[in-house]
Design a binder for this molecule. Structure first.
Ligand code: MLT
Length: 411
């Protein structure tokens, strides 16, 4: 008789965003005239940059011509894209990262989950609370945790609370942990990390032989010139950190799919016999075995981000969403709500009013304002009492949604 992976039975509700979609669909069916505005999942709404579209259309023509047709590409990605990323995203910021250390993939969500393939099951894992749910759920699926309780906390996970009390900055654990997930600018709180914040993590990781998984999917939203965009801007990070990046949020590729993971060749972790093993080799082996590369057409689209026009157009897209975030912060603050984030990040983290729980606020917003957000408790127990509003939408919808919230919740 075939057996399942019993770890899946430890998972709590469905994955957060499909669960929200299920509730919203039920409401929409019961209220067909409701004009629902979705500021829940961080999914982009504005069209792709013209430079990316033009490059992809040209790539389609390449594929239709015997002389330029491409079959399987390199699993790690075409060197013309990896070299541009290395030069523009890393070397231009003083990070000593080369093209070979960059692996092109179809998403940071996938990579932050898949990375666990190359690590053992007896690592002590640290995640922030609240956190992007993929980090936790993939550890549960891999059997790296014990059972979960009703609040969604799993045995064997070191939770690092991030709340207004600690300015959404996790305290470095006093004990030793092996794998640490950090995300800056932060999803869901919109908080940022300074160079000295990251230096403390890098020093801790190097002192303890830990590996940091640094999710920089939202780095393009940093406007403050003092804030680091990459963990490799910090001395010592090349011996303790893997970085994840994505074209989803800066260039609108959520439906197009292209991302990258950086695994420096200097990074090692221990084998069972105590020897040091290069993580690059393991990830390369995993990537070549389980992945056949992102399509040529999409990689040409991603490459266009690094042209002069592509840079200007992605910058404009990011500025547009940041302006939305500014409007959300201003309107909700004026209504008497306490808000965080939304400055160097596309997410606004709102304290729920009048002691409402996160899901109560979700229901009230849906039923009274026909606006969808994400309940903070869906990101972890310490997210209870908070609510995430995404700035990814049209200006019209953001104006309308904030107006409706203001009318109903003005304190
Ligand atoms: C979010 O809303 O947290 C993100 O859109 C999720 C993702 O990027 O997978």
């Amino acid at each position: 008789m075939a057996k399942i992976n019993d770890n899946y039975l430890k998972l709590k509700a469905g994955y957060l965003f499909p669960e929200i979609a299920r509730r919203v669909n039920a409401f929409a069916q019961a209220n067909p005239d409701a004009q629902i505005i979705k500021l829940g999942i961080g999914d982009v709404t504005e069209p792709l940059p013209e430079a990316c579209c033009t490059a992809m259309m040209k790539a389609v023509q390449d594929m239709g011509d015997r002389a330029t047709f491409k079959g399987y590409g390199p699993e790690q990605g075409y060197s013309w894209l990896r070299e541009k990323i290395a030069a523009s995203d890393f070397q231009a910021r003083g990070c000593d990262i080369n093209a070979e250390e960059i692996f092109i993939s179809d998403g940071s969500k996938c990579d932050t989950g898949n990375i666990l393939d190359i690590f053992g099951h007896d690592n002590a894992i640290a995640i922030t609370d609240p956190v992007y749910p993929v980090y936790l759920d993939t550890n549960v699926m891999a059997g790296n945790t014990g059972p979960g309780n009703d609040a969604g906390k799993y045995e064997g996970v070191r939770y690092l609370p991030i709340t207004a009390d600690n300015n959404f900055t996790a305290e470095i654990p006093s004990e030793k942990v092996d794998l640490i997930y950090l995300c800056f600018p932060n999803n869901p709180t919109g908080a940022t990390a300074t160079k000295s914040d990251l230096k403390a993590w890098v020093d801790y990781a190097n002192a303890n032989g830990s590996i940091i998984f640094f999710d920089a999917a939202y780095e393009a939203f940093i406007t403050d010139s003092d804030l680091p965009h990459s963990i490799y801007e910090i001395d010592g990070a090349k011996s303790c950190a893997i970085e994840f990046r994505s074209f989803s949020k800066n260039a609108g590729f959520t439906g197009t799919r292209c991302a990258l993971t950086v695994v420096p060749k200097t990074l090692t972790a221990k084998a069972a016999d105590g020897s040091d093993v290069e993580l690059w080799k393991l990830w390369n082996r995993r990537h070549c075995t389980k992945f056949n590369g992102v399509s040529y057409i999409v990689q040409r689209g991603a490459e266009a981000v690094y042209t002069e026009a592509g840079q200007a157009q992605t910058k404009a897209l990011v500025s547009f969403y940041l302006e939305n975030a500014k409007i959300i912060c201003a309107k909700l603050t004026a209504a008497g709500l306490k808000v965080y984030g939304g400055v160097n990040a596309p997410y606004v983290w709102v304290q729920t009013p009048a002691g409402l729980s996160s899901w109560d606020f979700f229901d009230k917003l849906l039923h009274n304002c026909n606006v969808v957000g994400t309940p903070g408790s869906g990101f972890g127990a310490a997210g209870e009492g908070y609510f995430r509003i995404s700035a990814f939408n049209s200006r019209e919808n953001v104006e309308e949604a904030t107006q409706r919230i203001t009318e109903k919740f003005k304190v």
